[in-house]
Design a binder for this molecule. Structure first.
Ligand code: S3P
Length: 176
């Protein structure tokens, strides 16, 4: 791989099921830097899982913890890849914060493909999407995407398709 300056923070954003965690982990391995899954970090810090946070603290509480964890991770000195949650860029000015702190990447995967993936992965750990039929899930995803698109589009790099690759991400980072 040609040499490239690795940003302090590389943020992967996009809808649930767009491949942020899988591609993020692969990217971190390739660049030999740390990987953080923001949802997992939030669960560790809160001492409870995402479902329990939503049940006990509501979405407002979740978004507050999410913001705090995003800032804590962003300030860690070493380079890292962060897989954010689907809603992360849309609250508390997080997209501006991430654009200031590093490279932001929006993975735009067709919602029909996301429904298929989520049907396989399951939505038990996704409180905003659980207990829905495939049709209801697609409707919910369309609604969220309509609300979120303007935030996602503020990411510096956009990659679109049903099978975005690690190589595409690395190429985009090289010319950032
Ligand atoms: C959310 C997505 C989840 C998680 C939380 C809220 C959302 O992350 O942060 O359940 O608002 O879309 P994933 O995108 O990893 O599913």
């Amino acid at each position: 791989m040609d040499s490239m300056e690795i940003p302090k923070n590389i943020y992967l954003t996009g809808m649930p099921g767009s491949g942020k965690s899988t591609l993020g982990k692969a990217l971190a391995d390739k660049l030999q830097i740390a990987f953080f899954d923001l949802d997992h970090y939030i669960e560790e810090q809160a001492g409870k899982d995402i479902n329990r946070i939503f049940n006990e603290d509501g979405e407002v509480g979740f978004r507050a913890i999410e913001r705090k964890c995003l800032v804590t991770l962003g300030e860690k000195p070493d380079s890292k890849v962060l897989a954010t949650g689907g809603g992360t860029p849309c609250f508390h000015g997080n997209i501006d914060y991430m654009n200031q702190m590093g490279a932001t990447i929006f993975l735009q995967v067709p919602l029909e493909v996301i429904v298929q993936r989520l049907s396989q992965q399951g939505t038990d750990e996704r409180p905003l999407l659980r207990d829905k039929t495939a049709k209801e899930l697609l409707g919910q995803l369309h609604e969220h995407f309509a609300q979120r698109k303007s935030f996602y589009l503020q990411a510096r790099i956009h990659l679109e398709g049903s099978s975005i690759t690690l190589e595409q991400i690395i190429d985009a980072l090289k010319i950032l």
